[in-house]
Design a protein around this ligand. Structure first.
Ligand SMILES: [Zn+2]
Length: 248
């Protein structure tokens, strides 16, 4: 069994064949954690998890969202459906798209709200971080809250610092061509690693739609760069993710 720890099944790219994509993963014995950002996507995702036993959800919000009404509504939906989800996310910081210092301050305030919420509701955190790994790790460290670092794009040193207090580093399907991801997978311990597709993004074949079944390709590539048995990669990453989300 494999676990795709991060996808976006609610995205319109799947509107025509969502059930087929999910069934295909089920036939391959793949569990899917789908990440919904904001009220509309959360509502759509609730319908998806109701229909499919191999799909679990995390609810969060894009760090680029500054609309107070949307932020409040998202938090209310997370509280309301806390028993239907396995985590809060993705949430975090994005310094790639947000350059303005006032807006970055606001991003940080929102991030802190979600860290507190995850503490209160006893749900694990899934982190989006783009060019902001230093601040994200610092904040998590302060809160003592281990998290899953989705599509980690920081340095080996930053990853090791996060691993030190229990974080998991998620390796996406772009490892097929990304030298940075290959180096990370090679250098970091398998005991701190999980797999993801970030579908429909980060396809192993650029410019095509990604899907959860491709998580197998990440496992194969990790086995190759670490020069270890594929079964060991599958078993260990599945155990790591299952324990983190409390689903196995
Ligand atoms: Zn994502």
């Amino acid at each position: 069994m494999l676990i795709d720890t991060h996808t976006h099944l609610d995205f319109p790219q799947f509107d025509n064949d969502r059930s087929e994509i999910i069934k295909k993963a089920e036939q391959e014995n793949i569990l899917i954690i789908t990440s919904a950002m904001g009220p509309d996507r959360i509502k759509k995702t609730l319908e998806i998890i109701e229909k499919h036993d191999n799909v679990f959800a995390t609810f969060g919000l894009s760090p680029q969202e500054f609309d107070e009404k949307i932020i409040k509504e998202t938090i209310a939906l997370i509280r309301k459906h806390k028993d239907k989800i396995v985590g809060i996310g993705e949430v975090g910081l994005d310094y790639y798209w947000i350059k303005d210092s006032e807006k970055r301050k606001k991003e940080m305030e929102n991030f802190k709200i979600f860290i507190e919420l995850s503490d209160e509701l006893k749900l694990p955190l899934v982190i989006h971080s783009r060019d902001a790994e230093g601040d994200v790790i610092c904040e998590l460290e302060k809160s003592g809250k281990p998290a899953l670092m989705h599509c980690f794009s920081g340095s080996k040193e930053q990853a090791e610092r996060a691993i030190c207090f229990g974080c998991l580093i998620s390796i996406p399907t772009s490892i097929i061509y990304s030298k940075q991801k290959q180096r990370l997978a090679k250098d970091l311990p398998l005991e701190s690693m999980v797999l993801e597709t970030d579908a429909p993004y980060l396809s192993p074949v650029p410019k095509t739609r990604n899907e959860p079944v491709n998580v197998k390709l990440s496992a194969e590539k990790i086995a190759e760069v670490k020069n270890i048995n594929l079964e060991v990669v599958e078993e260990t990453t599945t155990k790591n993710a299952g324990k983190f989300f409390g689903i196995l």
